[in-house]
Design a binder for this molecule. Structure first.
Ligand code: LLP
Length: 421
């Protein structure tokens, strides 16, 4: 459920007409609903009620300060994967003891920053990384809390580019080697082993892969405890999928996911962490764009819009489907047309949808890409020298620009010209 609904023939973001925001900030732009963000966070929080737990929002999904602050104020922790994300989380007021640091290639500098500013735990991905964390912690006179990310060799049954839990993926250590790697970790003076971490992929629409992975984690918890490790925390990653179409998709609900966690791991008495990103932010954001031209090709109509692949790359990168709706509600019974919806970037890949059924549209009309809140703005670039598009947040009947559109000079003046030119 989200808070982008038609009212009196117009698309609203909570209590604000989307067209009003477009008039104020220009197009294209991203708009987020605070109520949807909070609703999704709370669904996870409630799904784990009765277990000691922390929902660490995977901020790679959408990392604007206003989004982080909205969630942090509701009690969310953060899952970060870089120094930049760590510093963004801190800047939004998240305390170090609610930040977990994931990622396959943490540098010594990143580790130092997190240890100095406070960290709940590092989710370690390899033995060499473990040694660096231990060394940096010792240098700072600290002991770093760690979990080790195990790769359970489970097929997440999702898009190949976002599956992470098979043995051929670069993530984690093979679960079969876990006992040896934990023994190594325990021997390093700068580390304190606190738990196990697992994350098998993103946009999972079936609970079975989670079940398989979590059963393996339960088994591993018992054997590591038998080896003398104090396994008291399980970080179960993110990955629960969202409906990208409104009709034919019904991924499992957070409450069902929570139930599965209780069933597979509840008996262990561990503190549970989860790292959802997409389910919190995905359906809490739209990308709004304007039709520039309607062009007739030989056998098709193109809607050429002012948003492009640099603003929302998911369709070009993963063949992802986003629901696209007209901001003015189509009149009942109006005959739809099929359009290829494309951006202005000079690549055929800059295609959002082919033969998409839409109400008849003309130049100047506004359209909205639904489910664009996660992995939208954060994956944008300035390709074709198109400045990053603004982000707006709505809260009830108020809205605020939470990242302004840079002007062209700002973009150009980031470059510097060598003296010899
Ligand atoms: N934890 C870890 C260690 C992760 O790598 C990820 C996502 C998450 C949590 C959050 O997963 P989520 O709940 O959002 O599925 N750009 C792609 C998705 C990449 C996901 C990367 N890792 C897309 O647009 O579909």
């Amino acid at each position: 459920m989200d808070h982008f609904l038609y009212r009196d023939g117009a698309l609203y973001a909570e209590d604000v007409p989307v067209a009003e925001i477009a008039a104020a900030v220009g197009t294209p732009f991203y708009v987020y609903s605070s109520a949807t963000l909070l609703r999704h966070f709370r669904l996870f929080d409630e799904a784990l009620a009765g277990m000691d737990h922390l929902v660490c929002y995977a901020m790679k999904a959408a990392s604007n300060q206003a989004i982080l602050k909205t969630l942090a104020q509701a009690g969310a922790g953060m899952d970060v994967v870089s120094q930049g994300e760590y510093l963004r989380a801190k800047a939004a007021g998240v305390s170090g003891d609610k930040i977990v640091f994931s990622g396959v290639g943490k540098t010594a500098e990143e580790i130092r920053t997190a240890l100095s500013g406070g960290i709940r735990q590092f989710n370690v991905e390899s033995e060499p990384e473990m040694e660096v964390i231990s060394a940096v912690a010792q240098e700072l006179g600290q002991v770093a809390p760690i979990t080790i990310r195990v790769n359970p060799d489970v097929d997440a049954k999702t898009h190949a580019k976002i599956a992470t839990g098979k043995s051929e993926n670069k993530f984690g250590i093979p679960i079969a080697r876990a006992r040896a790697v934990y023994a190594h970790a325990a021997s390093l003076p700068g580390l304190q082993v606190v738990g196990i971490d697992v994350h098998i992929g993103s946009q999972l629409t079936d609970l079975e892969p989670f079940r398989k992975a979590y059963e393996k984690v339960a088994e591993l918890t018992e054997s590591l405890r038998a080896d003398g490790h104090d396994i008291r925390r399980l970080d179960l990653g993110g990955g629960l999928g969202i409906p990208y179409t409104r009709s034919n998709e019904a991924p499992p609900l957070p409450v069902e996911y929570g139930q599965l966690i209780k069933e597979t791991l509840g008996h262990l008495g561990c503190e549970i962490e989860i790292e959802p990103g997409r389910l919190i932010a995905g359906n809490a954001g739209l990308m709004v764009s304007r039709v520039i031209y309607v062009k007739s090709g030989e056998d098709r109509e193109f809607l050429i819009i002012d948003g492009a692949m640099n603003d929302l790359i998911r369709p070009a990168m993963y063949e992802a489907y986003h629901d696209i709706v007209a901001v003015t509600e189509p009149a009942p019974g109006i005959e739809s047309l099929a359009y290829d919806i494309v951006g202005p970037v000079c690549e055929s890949g800059d295609t959002f949808a082919k033969q998409r059924t839409m109400p008849p549209l003309v130049a100047g009309d506004l359209i909205a890409f639904r489910s664009a809140g996660a992995y939208g703005a954060v994956m944008a670039s300035e390709y074709n020298s198109r400045p990053l598009i603004p982000e707006v947040m709505v809260n009830g009947d108020q809205f605020a620009v939470i990242r302004a559109r840079p002007d062209f000079d700002e973009m150009i003046n980031r470059d510097t010209i060598p003296e010899w030119l």
